[in-house]
Design a protein around this ligand. Sequence first.
Ligand code: BG6
Length: 459
Amino acid sequence: MHPTIFVIFGITGDLAARKLLPALLALYSKKKLPARFSIIGFSRRSFSREEFRELIRSRLNIKPGEFKEEDVKHFMDHICYEQGMFNDPVAYQRLAFRIQEIDNRWGQCSNKLFHLSVPPSLYEGILNNLAGSRLAEPCADETGWTRILIEKPFGRDLETARNLDKLLGKLFDEEQIFRIDHYLAKEALQNIIAFRFTNSLFEPIWRYPFIDKIHIKLFEESGVTDRGDSYDEVGALKDVGQNHMLMMLAAVTMDRPKSFSSADIRTERAHALKKLEIASGNSLKESSARGQYAGYPDEQGVPRSSQVETYFRLKTFVSNSRWKNVPIYLESGKAMAESKTEIDVYFKSTNKDGDQNIITFRIQPDEGIKIKFFVKTPGYEFMVEPKTLKFKYSEQTQESWQMKLTDYERLIHNAFIGDQTLFASTDEIMASWRFIAEVTKNWSKLPLKIYPKGAKEII
Ligand code: BG6
């Protein structure tokens, strides 16, 4: 792999500590990073070299035996710090100088990967300064690409997403932009595409009129934890509905891509999202629900009068010939009885008792697939009873399961190798915001139902 410098804007923040740095360390210990690589952390606070090392070391939160001490020590040697205000052009000159120093030491024009691990309100300033300091430009024609990794939320609505895209488009081509939706990198979500398009048993009937309905659920046991203030600006629909849940929806409903190339998969996902519709007319009220868990307004950072939803249910349709009239339910909540993300695909019943085959994709935890089918009950009568076929990833041979990467390991690895399959394209982002814009037109008119923490079902 070509030498690469990974610049993390906001390295002292929560995301870098929880996801990015552990993933980089894991990739390092698996020898998946280039032999020559450097991480430059950029943030506002000022630290001495030692203080910074200590902060990173403690933030990595390494469990005993998780990594070899030697690997951790060498990994730390690859990280350095550049203090600066995100909107200060001089700080970017210093950053450019630091990068140049590393390139000089290596005697090569290295790749540069910029990661925005900061609140979205800082994106614009950082992007403008990247342009001003010419850091977004590769240092040579043939080698030394520059790429940008950008976190969700990608905009707050259609208009702000468009503006952000325009700004990014001035600095980078689409091939250089990696918009993160970490759900796309989940093993069990990728498996939906593999399962659907490899098993000819199901694909011919993966459509109207054979499928009755699809139910996509993302339930979390925890509440908003310490993210009350930022969560309250968006609510459940925008926090996980506009992104993670629509990506799950795209995986179950997309048509077979021409090939399994990144471009073809992204095109098909976008096609499905562009056809998304909510139940029409005033039936939003009948087909949808909003809820808030009891005690949410007491959470740190949440206004006492908050009317923001922590739960929602929505009935949607993909209006193409494959899916016409097949309702797709999206449902998500915080402070639910258990954490589980799964997709149930119900097939039409063929008997008067309404028995239905159901395929369940378990995205997490306990990743796997369950198929409900019916067999004859032994005896004189002609009666059937339900049985289940189950596949669990954790029951795979230990080795192959341990090959599993965390979502951020996979995302960073794919950004290094330039594979955009697991990143949202501009088309997908715009299609999802267009859909959310339709929903939110009447969203606040829906009554907000207060549900107890730990609820199993709402409404
Ligand atoms: C984030 C949301 O994007 O996804 C969080 O902002 C949510 O509110 C999280 O908890 C869920 O991700 P995961 O990987 O823990 O299921």
